[in-house]
Ligand binder design. Structure first.
Ligand code: ISC
Length: 439
């Protein structure tokens, strides 16, 4: 017998972001997603159903199977009040790669990714704030919504001040070893049929007290206003990201993605900043690194016979510490969502080119599994509308420890010193939000 899942949608008063985060604090699992362009925000908590990616099978296809089974079980209450815009969503993230080992020391149960159908989903945007409550028993929907309203009211009245930051001990994985790895990969690129490999570097941060993902996220909301803000927390492990990179935004007959690759610092003043931006736009190595990504994404979208809109040259996307080469890419027409996502991930902005050879290099050279670093995270409704971002400028927090991740695209012209500097800049958003100063 198929067990039905009932849901109801209720409008609630608009809330400040710190209030929403306060409301999430006593729940598990939790997902938070903020889009800086639309200012739309989602907070989801409590799992009615979970996808834990334990099978040794493509992660996107596992997600698709689970999603399709859920779709067949959803029933709107009251019947006939089905809103097209606001409805249940699945939320979470897929691992960078799949592994038979489903949990590890750093990532806990988030190792291969984790998606859930939330019992409570709050979506707040220009059209207002809504609670989507889900339950196996329609009779419970009213009490879930009432409990959410009460929690939101209590959170609005409580103190949302950020606590001061304690002392942090920051240890980098050996920089000399990482430089040797970059040099090794550059040599491989020159010798083999390999154009680009994105290598990640790690920092370990230790605090004297427990690190709070909600406080970290609130600081990121303040200090990185141009980026997405994301949290996925499950059983004491929290992934936090202030990523500038969209993986995909999609609806029926429209698929938007972007190439983000090629990086330089921000200048100390407007003139210096413009000069650095112009140098980046004209830099051969960075333009090549970027071109690989655009070409590969365009080829994959074209395979699905989508009609493409791609600007001829990249523009600059500026965050607080870095500026990037950025090309928005749009495809229109019918497409197979999960198949396309599976082909796209990881794009050469996080994996490399050719994909399989680059992934083999990454596995050989990097000592730790990437978990959710560089992985797609986001939400998806049951009309195939949703948005996924790439989990970069990110950290995983567990008790008083955090692991920070930063990667850089390595091509034949890369210099180890410059890549160390680039990853150093990419660590700063999370390092500062956690309260650390420098490496
Ligand atoms: C892998 C990361 O950045 C990617 C996104 C933008 C620019 C990149 C670059 O210039 O190498 C990377 O491809 C990271 O921030 O950890």
């Amino acid at each position: 017998m198929i067990v039905k899942i009932y849901y109801t949608v209720t409008k609630v008063p608009h809330l400040a972001l710190p209030t929403l985060l306060k409301c999430a604090q006593n729940h598990d699992p939790v997902f938070f997603f903020h889009n800086p362009d639309t200012q739309q925000v989602r907070l989801a908590y409590g799992a009615l159903a979970e996808c834990t990616f334990e099978k040794d099978q493509n992660l996107f296809l596992q997600l698709k199977e689970w999603y399709e089974q859920l779709a067949a079980r959803l029933v709107c209450v009251p019947a006939g009040e089905k809103r097209q815009e606001i409805q249940p969503e699945i939320v979470g993230g897929l691992g960078f790669t799949n592994s038979k080992q489903s949990a590890d020391q750093i990532w806990g149960k988030l190792r291969n990714g984790y998606y859930f159908l939330p019992q409570t989903l709050i979506v707040q945007g220009k059209a207002g704030a809504y609670v989507v409550a889900c339950s196996f028993r329609p009779i419970e929907l009213k009490s879930i919504t009432t409990a959410v309203r009460k929690e939101l009211q209590a959170a609005a009245l409580s103190d949302c001040k950020l606590p001061s930051m304690g002392h942090l001990k920051v240890s980098a994985t050996d920089v000399a070893v990482w430089k040797r790895n970059v040099a090794h990969v550059v040599a491989q690129i020159k010798q083999q049929h390999l154009s680009k490999v994105v290598l990640a570097r790690y920092l370990i941060v230790e605090a004297q007290t427990q690190l709070d993902p909600y406080v970290t996220l609130q600081r990121l909301l303040k200090t990185q206003p141009e980026t997405y803000h994301l949290l996925l927390k499950k059983s004491g492990t929290a992934f936090v990201s202030a990523t500038p990179e969209r993986f995909a935004k999609f609806k029926q007959h429209e698929f938007q993605t972007a190439a983000l690759a090629g990086t330089t610092a921000r200048g100390q003043n407007t003139l210096a900043d413009q000069r650095l931006g112009q140098l980046l736009l004209n830099d051969h190595k960075n333009r090549q690194e970027h071109r690989f990504v655009v070409k590969r994404i365009a080829a994959l979208l074209a395979q699905q016979r989508l009609k493409l809109t791609i600007p001829a040259s990249p523009q600059l996307l500026k965050n607080k510490q870095v500026q990037h080469l950025y090309t928005p890419i749009k495809g229109t027409g019918p497409y197979q969502l999960f198949e396309l996502l599976a082909q796209l991930h990881p794009t050469p902005a996080l994996g490399g080119l050719p994909k399989q050879a680059a992934l083999q290099q990454i596995e050989k050279v990097e000592q730790r599994p990437r978990g959710l670093f560089g992985a797609p995270l986001g939400y998806l409704d049951f009309n195939c509308r949703g948005e996924l971002v790439v989990g970069i400028r990110a950290a995983v927090l567990k008790e008083n420890q955090a692991y920070l991740f930063a990667g850089a695209g390595i091509v034949a012209e890369s210099s180890p010193d410059k890549e160390v500097h680039e990853t150093h800049l990419k660590f700063q958003p999370l390092l500062q939000a956690l309260g650390g100063n420098d490496e």
